[in-house]
Ligand binder design. Structure first.
Ligand SMILES: C=CC1=C(C)c2cc3[nH]c(cc4nc(cc5[nH]c(cc1n2)c(C)c5CCC(=O)O)C(CCC(=O)O)=C4C)c(C)c3C=C
Ligand code: FE2
Ligand code: FE2
Length: 362
């Protein structure tokens, strides 16, 4: 096995630290060819679709990648911004803001982002950090709730890169922050701010991305972690059980996914006489296709069509200052014991130590 080329080893280098904030990824353009490339990588990941590879390969390449790219491209086109895909725009902003927040707290930490599927890829970003002399990396997935389909897939990409690397940096991994008080407080703050400007609806619907129900039976903690986030958010907002509803969206394929499904629940609510709903997607740290198109456009239309009168979508955490501070706290919590002082402070300390040792000898 060949290992990636290493830069020459340097003695006495101060250990630099980095945070790699990893999100799902998104197509490079709202076009069918770009979608085909993105979906082939995403849906070709056996963490995401757990069907025996040869059978799934035939279905994916023979059917799905012939039909879905065109349909999905049209959906992406409806949310595309000047800066590109919203997921990319927000992820980039979050990484930059996190870097600034850590710097303002006096820590010397490089912050970069990477995408599990598409660009900038996890291996490319890890290699770039190493080339900059980074020796310690904290992997922070953009997913508050752990799932094998998402969080573990990010870790797979890191491990795979490590398998080809001679001098592996010291690594730490954040598995989850679904019940972190600072994440919950940031979510609650976005809801309160929304209520302050738009008023409070009769019900708050908390819609999480779904996963196949089978993964729950196989031991994936995702469902339980979503439930806990929902309960804690409701508690933080002082909502009783009949004032909120937790649902799962984005079903893919024919299998049973986690229930209740978001859109049918909203339709049933409207039919039962609920006039106004607020909808939040707490499992998504950035707005993306699944929130802006599937919820803000599609689910809204379905609710209003079924007799609802008001549908108010609450934006994701995105670049909210309280979320960035929460992310800084969470990251620092996982970097305990790592010296995060600035390189010149480290050099000064080293030269003081040398002077002391010199003095002691004479
Ligand atoms: C937030 C956590 C996510 C989990 C868990 C998750 C599981 C999961 N997703 C699919 C299939 C698709 N997801 C798609 C988009 C998408 N998914 C997430 C997040 C989670 N997915 C995000 C943030 C996005 C949006 C990306 C963007 O570019 O904005 C898509 C692609 C869109 C489409 O073609 O409709 C698919 C497909 C599965 C099968 C799965 C778990 C098994
Ligand atoms: Fe997804
Ligand atoms: Fe979707």
């Amino acid at each position: 096995m060949a290992f990636n080329k290493e830069p020459s080893f340097q003695h006495g280098q101060a250990a630099k630290t980095a945070v790699l904030y990893c999100n799902l990824g998104t197509p490079s353009a709202p076009t069918a060819p770009a979608l085909r490339k993105y979906l082939a990588e995403f849906l070709g990941d056996s963490r995401v679709v757990e069907i025996p590879k040869p059978i799934w390969w035939l279905i994916l390449h023979g059917i799905i990648l012939r039909v879905r790219p065109k349909k999905s491209a049209a959906k992406y086109a409806s949310i595309w911004t000047e800066g590109g895909s919203p997921l990319k725009v927000f992820t980039e902003q979050q990484a930059q803001s996190l870097g600034t927040a850590l710097q303002e707290r006096g820590h010397s930490v490089t912050v970069r982002y990477a995408m599990r599927y598409g660009q900038p890829s996890i291996p490319a970003q890890l290699s770039a950090l190493k080339a900059e002399g980074v020796q310690r990396v904290l992997i922070v997935p953009a997913y508050p709730q752990y799932s094998g389909t998402t969080t573990a897939s990010v870790f797979d990409a890191v491990y795979r890169w490590g398998l080809k690397t001679r001098l592996v940096p010291e690594m730490r991994f954040v598995n989850r922050y679904h019940d972190d008080p600072r994440y919950i407080a940031a979510l609650a703050q976005t809801v309160r701010e929304h209520w302050a400007t738009h008023g409070q609806a009769e019900k708050l619907v908390m819609s999480f991305h779904g996963v196949p129900e089978r993964t729950l039976q196989l031991g994936d903690p995702y469902h339980c972690e979503c439930m806990k986030t929902g309960r804690l958010l409701a508690e933080a907002l002082g909502l009783s059980k009949d004032q909120y509803k937790l649902t799962f969206q984005s079903r893919f394929g024919k299998a049973k996914w986690l229930e209740p499904y978001t859109e049918p629940t909203l339709i049933a609510m409207a039919q039962q006489g609920v006039k106004k709903v607020d909808v939040i997607c707490p499992g998504f740290t950035s707005d993306c296709l699944e929130t802006l198109e599937e919820i803000q456009q599609e689910a809204q239309e379905a609710f209003l069509h079924a007799g609802g009168e008001g549908f108010s979508y609450i934006s994701c955490l995105n670049n909210h200052a309280q979320w960035i501070e929460a992310l800084a706290d969470i990251s620092l919590g996982h970097m305990q014991g790592w010296d995060l002082s600035a390189p010149d402070a480290k050099a000064l300390a080293a030269s003081r130590e040398r002077a002391l040792a010199h003095g002691a000898k004479n």
